[in-house]
Design a protein around this ligand. Structure first.
Ligand code: SF4
Length: 250
């Protein structure tokens, strides 16, 4: 069974392939909680704190997830979104938790053979073995920094990150930052300390503003772009937030 929080067709709103029409497959479950991002959600009368994908990350919401036991049903669902060329973005939660799931692997294999580009959005903290299918995937590693509220030992796994750099089709990094950590220097310090421990292969580094409203994005991006210019990092926006706000399924 593959737990799926949602599947939808939209633009890739962030990072390297921003603006590309994409089907998003958001899988359920995450090994982190990231309460530092401070997004509040209520479920059955309880307030739960976490990230803006909390409904996919936190097991409290698992009753809302759909379980797929057939790759064919999932393939049909994805294919029906568009007859045009589209990317597939596998996100979560933490999608690498499901890399041994045959429903997911068969679905990935089918769309790779059809020539679709498939990206994975991962927090880079789950160890897994690359098989021939996984080696064809493009990874965006959104390694969590101290603003996530997670402990260093849970969020930073250097060997896991290096394994992905060494084996994936391509890897970019995407760090989510707020204005405060840019102003006090912790953002740059944490990023540089991490990058120093890795053997990079000209991987692009994206900095992206934290935020679920245009106002928050604007406040944070103003403090981020000078760091990008200073260090030669790329700047990412959150296009979907600018177009639709903090809405699910787009
Ligand atoms: S790792 Fe990502 S999906 Fe998981 S809780 Fe943190 S921000 Fe949310």
């Amino acid at each position: 069974m593959l737990p799926v929080s949602e599947i939808f067709y939209s633009f890739q709103g962030e990072g390297e392939f921003i603006g590309t029409p994409s089907v998003f497959l958001r899988l359920g479950g995450c090994n982190l909680k990231c309460i530092g991002f401070g997004i509040k959600n209520s479920y059955e009368g309880n307030t739960i704190l976490g990230c803006d994908s909390i409904y996919a990350a936190n097991g409290h919401f698992s009753k809302e997830w759909k379980s797929y036991d057939s790759s064919q049903i999932l393939i049909d669902k994805i294919q029906n979104f568009s007859s045009n060329k589209f990317d597939i973005v596998i996100t979560g939660g933490e999608p690498s938790l499901h890399f041994k799931n045959p429903v997911l692997l068969k679905t990935i294999e089918y769309f790779l053979q059809k020539g679709h580009r498939i990206s994975i959005e991962s927090n880079g903290s789950i160890d897994f073995v690359f098989n021939d299918i996984l080696k064809e995937l493009h990874f965006t590693l959104s390694i969590k920094l101290s603003n996530s509220g997670e402990s260093y030992s849970k969020r930073i796994k250097t060997k896991v990150i290096q394994n992905i750099i060494d084996n994936a089709k391509s890897v970019v990094f995407k760090f989510v930052l707020n204005a405060q950590m840019c102003e006090n220097g912790t953002a740059l310090k944490e990023i540089e300390e991490l990058l120093k421990t890795l053997k990079l292969k000209s991987n692009k580094i994206y900095l992206m503003p934290q935020g679920i409203s245009r106002k928050e994005l604007d406040e944070n991006i103003k403090k981020i772009y000078p760091i990008c210019l200073q260090k030669g990092f790329c700047l990412s926006d959150r296009l979907h937030i600018r177009i639709w706000g903090n809405k699910r399924g787009v």
